[in-house]
Design a protein around this ligand. Structure first.
Ligand code: WTA
Length: 681
């Protein structure tokens, strides 16, 4: 019989009937052609877009083998275009000017608005002119630290209109993280907002920016201007009125004349015409930082033409988008999912989307379902961590709302456990929707392993098969290809148009991180298993990264935040399973000689991580470690620490440890919150 993960769910006949790709046979043919004739396959897709200059000779060229020279990936070299022009002007020319591009739904249900393609273009042109008036030129970096407001989309597209490179930092990152990223990319301008409500929490973003701007100049880079959207003042502030005893936020946003500028003031005089700057196919479009295993974030760089083709094509096939559909991706634009599947992919298809500022739990635990009913969402895309969190409230909140508009349900960010998959399928999707479990990364730019609705028979927890243009392999530790069923390192042997091109300012690190371990392949850092029918199951990271609520973190970056505390001698961080977050942080701390390991110290350490990285990285357990289990050569044996975290005495061979006695001491030091965490899993 087997568990739920062995069950096969066939796509619903109504979905099959109108699907862009409606059988596995068609999928196999298209996939084979995309690998054998990439120039034809992607060339036909490119025809729907505007190219100011065409491709001349080579549609694509690459070197994936580090032994043969520098790694390089080029698509449509010599062609020139402008992404913003393709997303807005071209769609308007096609008659979509009055179509809604985004329904904006605020944190509070009383705050909502919409913007059409035509209006969006107007705002974008104006802001592009504002950026130009402050000296932003092609290739300059614009840092963005914003909540989920329409001005964020406007800023991104304004950058792409003038060939500037946006570098968005998720609004949950701390001032230190923002400063480090602005410094690394040498941002010329920062765009932000005064603040944002997340549920009933008010965050003063501009204050975080001020701290970050200060830190950034102290470490050697001056961001010239900071443009601030006045967001809080235009909200209904219904939260404050509804919650007795809650004071309306009387708060004056700090403002540095000369450096800081209000968005509205700048937009007032700006012209709503801005001729697009034609850029080369391989000119950078944006960069986005992702955690690196050394602890220093990596500025993943995406370029223009290939990203456009890939974002557009994955959106169309993976969500089986048809004109008339209303789509909603709950991801924050600060992450890659928001870049590709809130902004670029949907707009490239002329789609109508919902952009949501709030959380799934405010003002009630049925908010997602309420929004689905309100906008009659057909295509819905969210993360397993949200599904697991919502499952905890039972079926009732879902049943209160009408889910019948839904056709495709997406999942992204981490492996989805079969239990959550089945709940999503049965309750939210009412047994009739296709679930697309999409595996991809900041680096891949778009989906690389995914089912296609109306085509791929689904197995709960499997990201199934490669998307067009993608050729996965499983390798063993020695780089030997594993054929048929088996488990190994997930790698790709060819570039697809949307993959990253380099790490900003550090091509060496790009080559070592992704191409050195297995020459000839792009190494994802994830492990995967293939079953008898060729289905792929991503099993998780093979390196020192952890995935907390779909956000990647490296153990090294958390450890370096912890050891900054003056009372800490050493720190080691391991991953621990978590019922909602998927994984969470379990930290071992060795204090300095003579320091008492106290609850105050634990609180300070949590604060330190929040300050250095952001609240989402806050450790779940902080345990006192009189010493760390180290080999004689000084390497921390993390597998022993993982066993201690799980209270599993089967630690394996510890004979290479310098001090075997330390293992017992660690087990007896497990704090009560560790047992509580274990019980909740
Ligand atoms: C994990 C997010 C299993 C994986 C788009 C990857 C997944 C990392 C899935 C990238 C999935 C993402 N199944 N694991 N469907 N989707 N991951 O860069 O470990 O924030 O390497 O991009 O998330 O995270 P990133």
């Amino acid at each position: 019989m087997g568990g739920p993960e062995q069950q096969v769910f066939h796509p619903n006949a109504n979905i099959v009937r109108k699907a862009h790709c409606s059988s596995m046979e068609q999928y196999r043919q298209m996939h084979a052609r995309s690998l054998e004739r990439p120039d034809e396959f992607w060339g036909e897709i490119a025809e729907q877009f505007h190219w100011e200059a065409p491709v001349k000779s080579n549609f694509f060229s690459y070197n994936f083998d580090i032994n043969k020279g520098p790694i390089s990936i080029k698509w449509m070299e010599e062609a020139s275009t402008n992404i913003c022009f393709n997303l807005l002007d071209v769609n308007i020319q096609k008659g979509l000017g009055d179509k809604v591009a985004f329904y904006w739904e605020g944190n509070d249900p009383e705050d909502y608005t919409r913007v059409t393609y035509k209006k969006l273009l107007e705002h974008v042109c104006k802001f592009a002119n504002v950026l130009k008036s402050h000296g932003v030129e092609k290739g300059d970096r614009v840092a963005i630290y914003m909540p989920m407001v329409l001005e964020l989309v406007v800023t991104m597209l304004a950058c792409s209109r003038i060939g500037a490179v946006h570098s968005i930092v998720f609004g949950g990152f701390s001032a230190d993280s923002l400063a480090e990223r602005m410094h690394d990319c040498r941002a010329k301008i920062l765009v932000t907002a005064d603040g944002v409500w997340r549920g009933d929490k008010l965050l003063h973003l501009k204050e975080i920016c001020d701290t970050a701007l200060d830190k950034c100049s102290k470490i050697g880079h001056n961001v010239e201007k900071c443009i601030v959207v006045s967001h809080l003042t235009r909200l209904s502030n219904a939260h404050t009125q509804k919650t007795p005893g809650m004071k309306p936020p009387v708060h004056k946003t700090p403002f540095t004349p000369g450096r800081d500028l209000w968005w509205d003031d700048e937009m007032k005089g700006a012209s709503n015409f801005c001729y697009p700057t034609w850029v080369d196919a391989e000119d950078p479009l944006f960069m986005l930082y992702t955690s690196g295993s050394t602890g220093k974030p990596k500025g993943v760089l995406h370029t223009t033409a290939g990203y456009l083709l890939y974002a557009a094509t994955t959106f169309k096939y993976v969500f089986d988008y048809h004109p008339g559909d209303t789509y909603w991706c709950t991801a924050d634009i600060g992450w890659i999912t928001g870049h590709t599947y809130v902004v670029y992919g949907p707009l490239a298809n002329g789609a109508t989307s919902v952009m949501f500022e709030g959380t799934p739990f405010y003002p009630h635990n049925g908010r997602y379902w309420e929004v689905i009913e309100k906008y009659k969402i057909n295509l819905f895309y969210t993360a397993p961590t949200a599904i697991r969190a919502l499952m905890k409230f039972g079926d009732e909140p879902v049943k209160k709302f009408n889910m019948s508009s839904l056709r495709v349900l997406g999942s992204v960010g981490e492996p989805i456990n079969p239990e959550a998959w089945l709940w999503y399928y049965r309750l939210v999707g009412q047994n009739k929707c296709s679930i697309v479990d999409t595996f991809w990364q900041t680096e891949t730019g778009g989906h690389v392993l995914t089912p296609l609705p109306g085509c791929t028979p689904m197995k709960p927890g499997s990201a199934t098969f490669p998307f067009f243009g993608v050729q996965p392999e499983l390798l063993d530790e020695n780089g030997k290809i594993i054929r048929g069923p088996g488990e190994g390192y997930l790698v790709f042997s060819k570039p697809w148009p949307g993959m990253m091109r380099t790490l900003f300012g550090n091509h060496d690190r790009f080559e070592t991180t992704y191409f050195k371990k297995f020459p000839g392949y792009y190494c994802t850092g994830d492990g995967a298993r293939r079953d008898e029918e060729g289905y792929l199951w991503v099993t998780g990271r093979m390196d020192d990264m952890l995935n907390v609520s779909g956000h990647l973190l490296s153990t090294a970056e958390v450890e370096s935040a912890l050891v900054e505390h003056p009372d800490v001698a050493e720190a080691a961080v391991v991953s621990h399973p978590h019922a909602v977050k998927g994984e969470c942080l379990y930290c071992f701390i060795t204090p300095n000689e003579g320091v008492h390991f106290s609850t105050t110290l634990v609180a300070e350490l949590r604060k330190k991580v929040r300050e250095k990285i952001g609240p989402f990285a806050s450790p779940e357990v902080v345990q006192h470690a009189p010493g760390l289990p180290k080999t004689r050569s000084g390497k921390i044996m993390r597998r022993v620490l993982r066993k201690v975290a799980l209270n599993d005495r089967d630690v394996g061979d510890t004979s290479t440890l310098a001090d075997e006695g330390i293992v017992e001491a660690l087990f007896s030091n497990r704090p009560p919150e560790a047992s509580k965490l274990l019980k909740a899993c």
